[in-house]
Design a protein around this ligand. Structure first.
Ligand code: ZN
Length: 109
């Protein structure tokens, strides 16, 4: 599931998506890994300007101590994004006519 975070603190927030926490909670590494042997991975970070909402974040961000602390202080708000219900696969086989209108397609019951 994804979440959105809104910065309500009134100042810029930079949240480091630490590998040990974020990637671990996510079960997948999302760090930048430069090419070359022995290169260190760089965690990504999330910059939230004042009043800005970042959407589509992995809920693993909630595992970050920084985020928890900010939530407790009321500096950010979190919202769980409910995924849109998948469309019925019935229509998958139909090919779309080129630019044709079919007004009766979304017939309500
Ligand atoms: Zn990582």
């Amino acid at each position: 599931m994804t979440v959105s975070l809104k910065n309500t603190s009134g100042r810029l927030k930079v949240i480091v998506l630490a590998h040990e926490t974020f990637c671990a909670a996510r079960g997948q590494c999302g760090c930048d890994v430069p090419a070359g042997r022995g290169a260190r991975r760089t965690p990504r970070s999330l910059t939230l300007a004042t009043g800005m909402t970042a959407t589509g974040l992995d809920e693993a961000v909630l595992a970050l101590p920084e985020v928890r602390r900010a939530l407790q202080r009321g500096e950010i708000t979190v919202e769980r994004e409910v995924p849109a219900p998948p469309r019925t696969p019935t229509g998958l086989r139909r090919r779309r006519g080129a630019g044709r209108h079919s007004p009766a397609q979304e017939e309500a019951r």
